[in-house]
Design a protein around this ligand. Sequence first.
Ligand code: P5A
Length: 449
Amino acid sequence: MRLTRYFLPVLKETPKEAEIISHQLMLRAGLIKQQAAGSYSWLPLGYRVLMKVQRIVEEEQNRAGAIELLMPTLQSADLWRESGRYDAYGKEMLRIKDRHEREMLYGPTNEEMITDIFRSYVRSYKDLPLNLYHVQWKFRDEVRPRFGAMRSREFLMKDAYSFDLDKARAVAAYHRMFVAYLRTYWRMGLTAIPMRAETGPIGGDLSHEFIVLADTGESGVFCHADLLSKPIPGADTDFRGDLSAIVSDWTSLYAATEDMIDMAEYEASVPEDKRISARGIEVGQTFYFGTKYTAPMKATVTGADGQEVAVHMGSYGVGVTRVVPAIIEAGHDENGIIWPVSVAPFEAVLINLKAGDTESDAACDKLYAELNTAGIDALYDDRDLGAGGKFATADLIGIPYQLIVGPRGLKEGQAEIKHRKTGERETLPIGGAVGRLKSLIEPQRRDQA
Ligand code: P5A
């Protein structure tokens, strides 16, 4: 993408309304624009990140055997009356009437609707297990939307729903999602720790919040320090097999949110020098709630013995839009964002220090073509602007590698690569630059690992 033909509205000043660094940087780097309280447009650069995050989520859901579909944002109130949640959900639910005075709502979650889909088609235990998911906008009329995409009213969620014959099988499905979540966040460069959590309006008695530690996080959390450095299950994990060993390995180290903390147990099981009491960002949550929806909504199957049984369900959410500010909270410095390669809007930015100069333009055009051929997501800063401004933009928007071409180096046939994260610089022959970038970038994509 040539910057002169792109839409990248970066701001010079830090907007006053933004209280935390990720919100400030998302506005300054032109990732989002506020449209109303808790409602944001995703501008082109932000949208690229969001789609890369969504793609990783989808790949790991698919790997774990979940099947993608798409349900509408608007739902009928009647469906929610069947489960009993229409009145229970309270003011967070945005209620709407259509022209026929029919009561509708903008979905805050989809347990009811997926249960309705399930009961319309599935009759036999032989059709189980089943796990269906979608990535769709949700609306929750939060009392205090704040921190930009972190706590908004309209937000993008991946929500998966598992259906199983009995509790033991449902817990196995829960474990499958648990392990998929470990892989999902790790691929985005996040360290997200599963912590015992309260279930709130979703229900059930088994739940984990996946938490990224950050001072600006809204949740208080307690955990064992070793959880921060545990190895993540590989792509060769057999998601059809028994994953309970991996889950027990993770859950044997104490981790809970402040709503669930048992201080006596925490202090008894975590040595003092390993205790972490901190703030965290909830980037996802998993639930097992048995027949809470299937019993009242009559979502039953015929078992092997011919008896009708209500199926056991779990649901599994990832805050797709929230993950983006969480990644920024975890990766930035005084100059701007530092994206991990796997979610970076562009993997490299080609900086032409003397745009308009025939030789510089020719060398950069050639490099840009090579970058595209090599399959590197590249932004080409071809603006007629001073070097300082170009470096400032590249740092602010956080592209992992800067390929810098200036007239002086060009005379020697050389270019420079700057690593955004470490500040490290390497000078190398122009002909080897794209190959070098490729070898730096490919292992960090984490798409094969
Ligand atoms: C699980 C999937 C559920 O709704 N039903 C379907 C279950 N869980 S949850 O924990 O309530 O939400 C899942 C994730 O969505 C993100 N999230 C938000 N992101 C931005 N702004 C909000 N207001 C917001 N509310 C929830 C969180 O990451 C949460 O873990």
